[in-house]
Design a protein around this ligand. Sequence first.
Ligand code: MSP
Length: 524
Amino acid sequence: MPSFYLTTPIYYASGEPHLGHAYTTILGDVLARYRRRAGEDVLFLTGTDEHGQKIQEAAAEQGMTPTALCDLMAGRFQAAWRNLAISHDRFIRTTEDEHRAVVSALLERLRDNGLVYEGEYAGWYSVGQERYFTEKEIGPERVDPVAGGPVERIREKNYFFRMSQFQERLLRHVEANPDWIVPAARKNEVLGFLRRPLGDLSISRPRSRIHWGIPLPWDADQVTYVWVDALVNYVTASGAVSPEAPAGERGFDSPLASRWPADLHLIGKDILTNHAVYWPTLLMGAGLPLPRKILAHGWWVVEETKMSKSLGNVVDPLELRSSFGTDALRWYLMREMPTGQDASYTPDRFLVRYEELSNILGNLAHRVVSMVGRYRAGTTPGGPADGLRAETERAVDAYREGFERYRLHEGLAAAMELARRANGFVEEREPWLLARDPGRAAELDETLASLVRVLVTLACLFEPVAPGKALELAGRVGMERVPLLDEAVCMNVAGLAVSQGAPIFPRAGSPGGPPGGTDGEIAA
Ligand code: MSP
């Protein structure tokens, strides 16, 4: 069975999950569900990033120990993901013993390979981004160029990783594999970065300043730089490295039977350098293969500014979910943002996307089920079901192409287009007129059966993005589960018993909807 290992960033356990985190995680979930439905053995990893200055300071501010804060926030993220129907296979926390041991083993390995030296770092540090910036990057205002937050001048002893040694090799890798980083604009950004001199990477901090981290195996007065610690999570969860094994047999150079390398790292564009430069050079230094692909998506912005906790403009995904339901939120996020580009969150656009679900897909389901009920006593007729065949094929091809090329918004648009076409087909065939003419019974049978077949196909197409509603839709046409796409397209729908219920997507503004909290809240 082909396998697929995909990851999201691990989110800082210093703040609540927000719409940006939800976006990446839902994107991962939609891809994971799509791949599982294609018969692949998927490992979908997410988790929380729990060490470093940011967590240490957030805990102190709230009068908590870092451990208590991380436990609380890891619980919040897990609850958020349950409420958003995330189907991750593993939730990693960087404070886990297993992970701490893998980080130590990897650092030792880099040191054994002669790639670590001691030095002094002088520079500008942003706690918000957990990274140094150059004088040029912070500009005359001396603010972090990503979120505009404060930076502090730091001079201290650090250990360094000889990242510069791998510059040429990485540059060649990016040039030789044009689809390694998608979209292309992000790849070009990395190429630009790699064509300038690449420095070495500071990989530790003095314990006197930051105590909350993984101590270096050879110098307990220094803790591992949080980004090095965090990136390694992807290897920890893969099982490629066994820290308990004797030094030569831990899996470096020849990874143990495992899920490594990852097939896909999903990230936001804010952490591109960390993933496309620091991470691959660290892997090269340790003798581990590189991930197969990095997809850097854009930002959700609110009035042109990135949504971020420090700017105080975050949208709470769970609040939106409680007004419109999980699947509507997932649909909005996936359909509205062209994968890879920025998009602006506005309540108006949310409503426009919700109305597609209710006025097009929901309406189609309602009409078809009630016509089969009214004209055929609730049982899908037999005989040919060839209406909309070409349209279905076109939609399925465009959907698959969108997903394979990581242009999910296009794949999903194709699915909605099929629902729109099916509504058009109802108008063209006018089943209410056919029903009045016994001589045209076969035509009516064919019309209804074709429409039921399209509904089954739509349940398949919508399952990755709207798993709950897709199952409901399949249920309305008498199926216990959502079939696989290939099964659906050529399925014999004769005899399926349809059942009418409350609208799947109640119209926004109607007395019964949209569905406030119908999904039920799962508390942290
Ligand atoms: N802990 C690091 C990641 C370590 S991965 C080894 C981190 N955490 S974070 O909590 O700040 O999450 C950053 C990620 O959240 C982004 O890369 C992106 O996936 C997501 N987003 C956060 N804000 C976002 C938007 N406004 N829009 C879209 N996604 C954003 O960085």
